[in-house]
Design a protein around this ligand. Structure first.
Ligand code: MG
Ligand code: MG
Length: 284
């Protein structure tokens, strides 16, 4: 008999976008990622998906901020790397949590050279990508609608493509993000994901969720359970983070409007998910 689904996994399985998440969901992945991250020493987190020259999504930076804060509280040195257009909402999410914004911009230089320079300098023990474009098989970055987005998103997935000692973790919700190379194309096709958008970039631990922020919160909920420390943010923090992200120029990835929603889901529902994670996630 199959083991009952962990309550955090049950929440990550919710599929507000109707993307067939249950087809490519990975049971136990948030817990496995939490176990891998629990004793991390130096973590480099990348996040953010830009849909246009001035259109960073609200999905990603809040997840990165909440996970980064948890790892910092557990003793890791945490840094963030992203594009200039995403640095603003990411900084807004971090400051909404009272976190230091140790953000660096990924250089425009040749991706592999830039990736090697950053990895050499920071020597991360763990690399994390939360809702970050990953190149498809033809080398092109695409939105869920299939439009090329490489002009607005630097080749940060290069960090995951060059050989390094870091353990890698990816969180995604649509098939086009860093890490989705772990899922078979057949599985993604069965979920109805257009294969031309699918990223071939792999990670050691892939966490799939209906909204990528939730995937990151799910990892933190599992870290909370493993450590017994109250590492998860509150519903009030969630509202403040998303509102600040929008104030810093972020848009909803579905409606593409500058409004405090994420992937077409209203703020109250995100606050509710955080509250449910706090209630159902338990503490050891
Ligand atoms: Mg996505
Ligand atoms: Mg999303």
């Amino acid at each position: 008999m199959r083991r009952a689904l962990d309550p955090i996994d049950q929440l990550l399985l919710l599929d507000p976008g109707g993307r067939g998440i249950d087809r490519f969901f990975r049971r136990g992945a948030a817990l496995a990622a939490a176990r891998a991250l629990r004793r991390a020493r130096r973590v480099l987190i990348t996040t953010g998906f830009a849909l246009g020259p001035d259109m960073p999504e609200t999905d990603g930076p809040p997840g990165a901020a909440v996970l980064g804060r948890a790892l910092r509280r557990l003793g890791a040195r945490v840094r963030y790397v992203t594009d200039p257009v995403i640095a603003r909402p990411l900084e807004a999410a971090l400051t909404a949590l009272g976190e230091p914004a140790a953000i660096e911009l990924f250089p425009e230089a040749e991706a592999e050279v830039a990736a090697r320079e950053i990895l050499g300098r920071i020597a991360p023990t763990h690399l994390v990508a939360i809702e970050r474009p990953g190149r498809a098989g033809d080398g092109v970055y695409r939105s869920a609608r299939g439009e090329p987005v490489g002009a607005w998103n630097r080749a940060i997935d290069g960090l995951f493509l060059v050989r390094s000692r870091a353990t890698t973790i990816g969180v995604g919700d649509g098939g086009n993000e860093i890490g989705m190379g772990r899922v078979s194309r057949r599985t993604l096709a069965a979920a109805g994901i257009p294969l031309r958008i699918v990223s071939t970039v792999k990670v050691d631990h892939l966490v799939v969720a209906g909204v990528s922020n939730w995937g990151a919160y799910g990892i933190v909920a599992q870290l909370r359970r493993l450590s017994g420390l109250d590492l998860l943010h509150t519903a009030a923090d969630e509202r403040r983070m998303i509102e600040h992200c929008v104030g810093a120029g972020a848009v909803d990835g579905i409606t593409r409007r500058r409004e405090p929603t994420v992937d077409g889901v209203p703020l109250d529902a995100h606050a509710g998910i955080v509250e449910l994670m706090r209630t159902l996630g338990g503490r050891r």
